[in-house]
Design a protein around this ligand. Structure first.
Ligand code: NAD
Ligand code: TYD
Length: 366
């Protein structure tokens, strides 16, 4: 039985991870630590709020004494560290917060874990610090290049990727220097429910439903390797259970798509959904292009992102051969689940998008 701290558990992947974990391991204790930045949302944790073994603390991971106190007070033996600033475009316009949370925040947590688990001896041997990282630390690939392996040299290109790379190195150093029992997973682009609509897939879905333009950066021929978020949660589970301490594991979907193809695919899916389910027209009367079966007319090519990485692709042989990891969801089934979730939860994404979600949340939890 684990007693686990999940940092960033009110964000997109963190909340999906917590839903998955509490369903699989209802006897484990899960304490979510989240600062509730713009990306954190208590509504994301609704499915587990009533669970007797679930706890939530609003806190900043940079606050080392508070992190130590939480590890002691709740006798925690596992950290799954997801808290981060996560959006590349924001890292270009304002990198400081990325360095603060992703580098200093990760270091703060590492210090707290070392202090409580090793120095104070709470669980000197049986502990785990699992760090959730990204494939973006490896940089960019040309079309014919082989996919990233765990041996690929780090070459981060955005301030976001550089801050994640730095945090990966700190995690590694705490293992080699102080004997902290760590593992790291480097995952490709995730999609699924509770995804903040500043990222490509939820932005396209919600913009079509609001009949807003669909911004495609540059020529739209950049490639990303997409993974359904619950498959990422299953990958983290495998690393926690069977992964070797001190190792990195790539987690990916074998699912490379050009951005423009994803955008067109979502347009077609939504047009089809509106054509077959007439009730959608009443629920989304503003979705004029989708109702006309012409969502693709909203596609607008815009200026490219500075330093835009051309292609990411994950070689996940190590996690597949060593851990027996395979994604369960096909892209078609995953994107269908995702689209249905957004169609069924307009109150969630409307509130998040118009910035009034704190007000909405305050009412939900009054
Ligand atoms: P997200 O932006 O949706 O969520 C981040 C969460 O961290 C939010 O709840 C936020 O409130 C919290 N947070 C931010 N700063 C904090 C601080 N100082 N203290 C405590 N909490 C803080 O991000 P996400 O997409 O869910 O990503 C989670 C993790 O997975 C990140 O580490 C990210 O680098 C990594 N990752 C993401 C993807 C992806 O496709 N989204 C892919 C691979 C890896
Ligand atoms: P994003 O979801 O921001 O993830 P990341 O930058 O971490 O890969 O973007 C995915 C891809 O989609 C990336 O190549 C940038 C592109 N993109 C657009 O073309 N338009 C958009 O409005 C957004 C948000 C992203």
């Amino acid at each position: 039985m684990k007693r686990m701290m999940v940092t960033g558990g009110a964000g997109f992947i963190g909340s999906n991870f917590v839903h998955y974990w509490m369903e699989q391991y209802p006897n484990d204790v899960v304490l979510v630590v989240d600062a509730l930045t713009y990306a954190g949302n208590m509504a994301n944790l609704d499915p587990v709020q009533q669970h007797p073994n679930f706890m939530f603390v609003q806190a900043d991971i940079c606050d080392t004494p508070q992190m130590e106190q939480l590890l002691r007070e709740h006798q925690l033996d596992t950290i799954v560290h997801l808290a981060a600033e996560s959006h590349v475009d924001r890292s270009i316009t304002g990198p400081d917060a990325f360095l603060e949370t992703n580098i200093m925040g990760t270091h703060s947590l590492l210090k707290a874990a070392r202090q409580v688990w090793i120095t104070e001896g709470q669980c000197p041997a049986q502990h785990r610090f699992h760090h959730v990282s990204t494939d973006e630390v490896y940089g960019t690939l040309a079309p014919e290049d082989p996919a990233f392996t765990e041996e690929t040299a780090y070459a981060p290109n955005s301030p976001y990727a550089a801050s994640k790379a730095a945090s990966d190195h700190l995690v590694r150093a705490y293992h080699h220097t102080y004997g902290l029992q760590v593992s790291t997973s480097n995952c490709s682009n995730n999609y699924g429910p509770y995804h903040f609509p500043e990222k490509l897939i939820p932005l396209i879905i919600t913009n079509i439903l609001a009949d807003k333009s669909l911004p495609v950066y540059g020529d739209g021929k950049q490639v990303r390797d997409w993974l359904y978020v619950t498959d990422h949660a299953r990958g983290i589970e495998k690393v926690l259970q069977q992964g070797r301490v001190g190792e990195n594991y790539n987690i990916g979907g074998h699912n490379e798509w050009h951005n423009i193809d994803i955008v067109n695919y979502i347009c077609q899916m939504i047009d089809k959904a509106f054509a077959t389910d007439k009730a959608l027209q009443e629920r989304y009367p503003e979705a004029i292009s989708a109702i006309a079966g012409q969502s693709a007319r909203l596609i607008t090519y815009v200026k490219d992102r500075p330093g835009h990485d051309r292609r990411y692709a994950i070689d996940a042989r190590k996690s597949s051969e060593e851990l027996g990891y395979q994604p369960l969801e096909s892209f078609q089934s995953g994107i269908e689940k995702t689209l249905n979730w957004y169609l069924d939860n307009p109150q969630w994404w409307r509130a998040v998008m118009d910035g009034s979600y704190r007000e909405w949340i305050a009412k939900q939890y009054a």
